[in-house]
Design a protein around this ligand. Structure first.
Ligand code: ZN
Length: 677
């Protein structure tokens, strides 16, 4: 998918290790035992709120980071595990959905059978690549690889037209790298150079496992590195990619072909079975030209080596243990600093969620999500929307014309809570009990065609891009909607028995965060319908950018690892959303307390409502992470680390200093605070 979905956190994908039993029963409040009272909340609120939790929750050996998100994801995974084990056992009497998820999981768990088959299940694909005779066949092979889920060379998807959000059009995008981002290939600091050497060694070992002789593996690894570096040089950087205008170049197929005359687009599109179309968005035309140069300058043998590597990479989790371990050794250990591989069942639960997410998610929802959760969440959303509306009306820097447009946009936001109204139909996807790799390949094909078939059709506004058990949330500027999967509507985000202050600090702030994404550096460029269209007067635009620059500079000074700082521009949207979310959730809490005739100074457990609000907020973000992860995320993650999500947000919000009795000039109550919303 080619979308601007702005997620709450990218850091939760596929991470887990242990269940925190003390939370499993559903506590009534934030965690009093997590607080470190030896720290002054006015100096470092994050360490005050999370210090003892951090000491008591070291990173488990099979993780690279560990936070409150992960605790919750673990609890959700335990529920999915139970569902899958029961589904696997069912036998012939199972309904179609139970058969699919049960057999997918069972085949994935059968490590012995996977080891015994070796590379045989992949042999037809390896032979296809070996048999390529001519560069004229490249287009057809790349199309085939894309259709089975191999991320070779570039991306081809469907996506909403930025400037006409009701239409779904074809999208061409950069891609084809084995390292997380183009900067990994281009930076010259010693850490980056060392990481590239280790990547080449990983390529060499993987090719050797697939049967290459040592000398050949060495030469092939070097050629892959050269090829991918070529792709990286032709790619746009992540900060620029945040600007929708920089990745919007709608053209005809003939215009795309003119950028890449050496590539046979007709064969490519024909093999993908994409519906016919006239125009395509070429995110970054330079990248299309790069592909042409690579076709002209790279021998066919090197293309074959590159294809083989990406085939092995994409299949690695369903290959024998030696491949799984080699993949872990580089991608998890070297790149992230994870010590040990996660138990197989946890990985297989995650793969089932990834490939059959709405089949498994339907059962998860039946088991966990009550009407009460949805009702209370919708009530909070309404309170937050009202607060944001009032906040916008009272902004001193915005003109009445732009305020009116902002309020129209706010009113048009739709709220999706819990799970989709219409579940995905997987009936055409065949899942077999003893075919782990085949199941994954067919699931990839199913998804590839499902995506492409949207081209030329009106956009489906009911669709979800996260599965129900996911511990995350997102705002989609092209849909102008917020999406809260059932998986996140639980502690530490939402406590059924807790007072409003704690829940407004947790899930309330997250709702506010997502709502303000509609008005961050990216979101503010899309209008109420989701079209990329300027609704700002020039004066308001200037005032807005000035205030954003304050936040970008401020966060750019926050340290994440020795010599590494938060990238203020990459994280600007998320930081703006955190700051806005914290402010408007607080306003919504004040409104709610006033309606109930309660005071913000009322104490429970020794903390005022205001203090409980900020503690409820901060403790969502308690985390420990390896230095490797801190370095990697600083390059690729548009979110700041937990410490700065908390301290950066509270130091820009005077109400925090008042709640904790801080003095002007202390770190959490600086003289010059930044504020957009
Ligand atoms: Zn966000």
């Amino acid at each position: 998918m080619f979308k601007f979905t702005v997620v709450l956190s990218l850091t939760v994908c596929a991470l887990s290790a242990q269940t925190n039993a003390s939370h499993a029963s559903g506590p009534a409040s934030f965690d009093l035992t997590a607080i470190d009272k030896s720290v002054d909340p006015c100096v470092d609120f994050y360490h005050y709120a999370c210090g003892t939790w951090m000491k008591n929750n070291p990173i488990p050996p099979d993780q690279a980071m560990w936070g409150r998100f992960n605790e919750l994801a673990d609890r959700n995974r335990d529920i999915l595990h139970e569902i899958l084990e029961q589904s696997e056992k069912g036998g012939a009497s199972r309904d179609a959905t139970t058969q699919k998820i049960g057999d997918y999981y069972g085949a994935c768990m059968d490590e012995k059978a996977i080891d015994a088959r070796g590379l045989a299940p992949l042999e037809p694909e390896l032979t296809r690549i070996r048999n390529l005779k001519d560069k004229a066949q490249l287009a057809e092979e790349i199309a085939h690889l894309h259709s089975i889920g191999v991320g070779a060379v570039f991306g081809f998807y469907s996506g909403q037209d930025f400037k006409n959000s009701s239409d779904v059009i074809a999208q061409f995008d950069q891609g084809g790298l084995g390292l997380p981002d183009r900067d990994y290939y281009l930076k010259d600091d010693p850490k980056s150079v060392e990481l590239r050497q280790k990547y080449v060694t990983h390529l060499e070992r993987t090719l050797a496992l697939a049967g290459a002789k040592p000398d050949q593996a060495k030469a092939d690894a070097a050629s892959i590195m050269k090829f991918e570096t070529g792709l990286a040089k032709g790619s746009l950087d992540l900060v620029s990619r945040r600007d929708p205008e920089k990745i919007y170049h709608k053209m005809t197929k003939a215009e795309l072909a003119a950028l890449t005359p050496a590539f046979h687009w007709n064969e490519y599109f024909g093999t993908t079975k994409a519906p016919s179309f006239d125009t395509i968005n070429v995110s970054y035309p330079e990248f299309a030209k790069t592909i042409n140069t690579l076709i002209e300058n790279t021998p066919l043998a090197d293309w074959k080596t590159y294809f083989t590597w990406h085939l092995l990479l994409s299949a690695s989790m369903y290959l024998p243990t030696s491949f799984v371990n080699e993949n872990f050794d580089f991608y998890a250990k070297t790149l992230n600093g994870t010590e040990a591989i996660r138990p197989r069942w946890k990985r297989c639960v995650d793969y089932t969620d990834s490939d059959l997410g709405e089949a498994l998610g339907k059962k998860y929802v039946e088991k966990t999500f009550g009407a009460e959760g949805k009702e209370r969440t919708l009530k909070m959303v309404a309170a937050l929307e009202k607060a944001l509306g009032e906040d916008i009306q009272h902004l001193d820097w915005m003109t009445p014309e732009t305020k009116q447009q902002a309020l129209i946009k706010l009113k048009a936001i739709t709220n999706k809570i819990g799970y989709p109204d219409r579940w995905r139909d997987y009936s055409s996807l065949i899942i077999k009990p003893e075919d782990a790799l085949g199941n994954s390949t067919r699931a990839n094909e199913f998804e590839f065609h499902r995506q492409l078939n949207k081209i030329g059709k009106p956009v489906d506004r009911q669709e979800w891009s996260m599965t129900p058990p996911t511990v995350n949330a997102y705002y989609d500027p092209q849909m102008n909607n917020i999406n809260f999967p059932a998986g996140i509507l639980q502690p530490p985000f939402f406590y059924k028995k807790a007072d409003d202050a704690v829940n407004f600090g947790g899930i309330g702030m997250v709702i506010g965060h997502e709502l303000t994404h509609g008005f961050d550096d990216e979101g503010s460029q899309f209008d109420a319908h989701g079209d990329l269209k300027n609704w700002w007067t020039p004066k308001d635009s200037e005032e807005f950018h000035q205030r954003e620059a304050c936040i970008a500079d401020e966060y750019g000074g926050f340290s994440v690892a020795p010599g590494v700082f938060v990238n203020g521009k990459l994280t600007l949207g998320e930081n703006t959303a955190d700051n806005g979310g914290l402010r408007i959730a607080y306003m919504a809490l004040l409104d709610t307390l006033a309606a109930e005739h309660k005071s913000i100074d009322e104490k429970i457990d020794g903390y005022t409502e205001a203090q409980r609000y900020f503690l409820g907020f901060a403790q969502v973000w308690c985390q420990n992470q390896t230095e490797q992860v801190s370095r990697q995320l600083a390059l690729t993650d548009p979110h700041s680390p937990g410490k700065w999500r908390v301290n950066g947000s509270v130091q820009n919000f005077d109400e925090f200093g008042k709640a904790f009795g801080c003095k002007k000039g202390q770190p959490m109550m600086p003289e010059n605070a930044c504020r957009v919303w």
